[in-house]
Design a protein around this ligand. Structure first.
Ligand SMILES: CC(C)(COP(=O)(O)OP(=O)(O)OC[C@H]1O[C@@H](n2cnc3c(N)ncnc32)[C@H](O)[C@@H]1OP(=O)(O)O)[C@@H](O)C(=O)NCCC(=O)NCCS
Length: 192
């Protein structure tokens, strides 16, 4: 397999607490990440549109390589989320809009890792990195209406619901409406 070195992107690690860290994905993560997706297929496909297209470890390799391309193009990056030495899910920036200094964050956790605040902490770390290191000024999180666990994350972090986009995403056999939550840098500074 082609390695990350061929993309010339550095490994990035963000420590959250003694149990939890984020790290950009590497070739050695392909098998565990595919296994995690495969084991959580039914649960993940309820809200994520790419699950059925992930049928083999090669599909996960292609995803990991796409994260390196994104990183190499200075468009943001994606990370695995590790909790107690186990890969628990992923979190990432969608393509950074540098002219507006804005980015969107997306995430998922495998079912057994829910309910412990892991993703809220991961999201807080990615928000801080975006404001402090990338010097962005706005972060958005889009959650399907009805995906209460996902909506609770931006709500818990103090994001404001800004707008509803009707029929914004096709999920296998139906459209879902999305709520866009937003956080501005000065609002974040007042919260922390
Ligand atoms: C969305 C998703 C990541 C949310 O997972 P989650 O476990 O609810 O989120 P967190 O890891 O932040 O945990 C929050 C839960 O831990 C609890 N918790 C425990 N300790 C906590 C802490 N220190 N800080 C915050 N929450 C804590 C919270 O009370 C909450 O539990 P509750 O919902 O029973 O009240 C997960 O459901 C998922 O991946 N779903 C499938 C894919 C998906 O929907 N992705 C998002 C698409 S937009």
């Amino acid at each position: 397999m082609i390695s990350r070195r061929d993309w010339n992107v550095p490994e990035l690690r963000i420590d959250i607490d003694s149990d939890t860290y984020l790290r950009t994905l590497a070739e050695r993560d392909a098998l565990p990440l595919f296994a995690l997706t495969d084991q959580n297929r039914l649960y993940l496909r309820k809200w994520l549109p790419w699950v059925d297209a992930t049928q083999s470890v090669e599909d996960t390799v292609a995803f990991i390589q796409s994260t390196w391309t994104q990183h190499a193009n200075n468009e943001g990056f994606s990370c695995g989320v590790w909790y107690k030495h186990q890969l628990a899910g992923t979190i990432g920036y969608h393509s950074v809009n540098w002219s507006d200094r804005r980015v969107e964050i997306g995430y998922w956790l495998a079912a057994p890792f829910q309910g412990q605040g892991i993703m809220t902490r991961a999201c807080r770390a990615m928000v801080e990195y975006a404001f402090d290191t990338l010097q962005l000024r706005k972060i958005e999180i889009r959650c399907a209406v009805g995906n209460h666990r996902s909506c609770a994350i931006p709500q818990r972090l103090g994001f404001k619901p800004e707008r509803l986009i009707r029929q914004a995403e096709w999920l296998y056999d139906h459209f879902v409406d999305l709520t866009v939550y937003g956080m501005l840098v000065h609002e974040w500074r007042q919260l922390v």
